[in-house]
Design a protein around this ligand. Sequence first.
Ligand SMILES: [Ca+2]
Ligand SMILES: [Ca+2]
Length: 152
Amino acid sequence: MRIRFAAPAVLAAAALVGLAASPSQAAAHQSGIHIGLVQFDSPGKDTRSNTSLNGEWVNIHNNSKSAVQLKGYKLKDNTGYTYTFGSYKIGAGKTVKVRTGKGKNVSGTVYWNRGAYVWNNTGDKARLYTSKGALRDSCSWKTAKSGQKNCH
Ligand SMILES: [Ca+2]
Ligand SMILES: [Ca+2]
């Protein structure tokens, strides 16, 4: 008889453990497509040369277990400047760097083709939207000596 009463108590305890475990799992490393490292202050003097513009970049990282087609995904700053991804398949565990200046897209790097900086050194916010317009991730920063923000 005692065992029959004990069983529901064990189940209830297991359920409590399950509930307690989920918030810590959610707080773990971001899953899927997200913003990684951001170099918001191009190294050296901000001369606005194409080399300097390309010294400013945002990494988009895929830590899901499958490749994702980024076509139509959008990257936006606080002002609303927008980079829209063309066809780009990001593999599982891979990173694609979005550089601000002009250049020819290759595997691992795509170019915004801007003639001016987009990520403010004094503070800004990067937002990543899916092709359906849903906010996927965002990351903000204030001025930092390194000029970098780790958004992982
Ligand atoms: Ca600089
Ligand atoms: Ca900006």
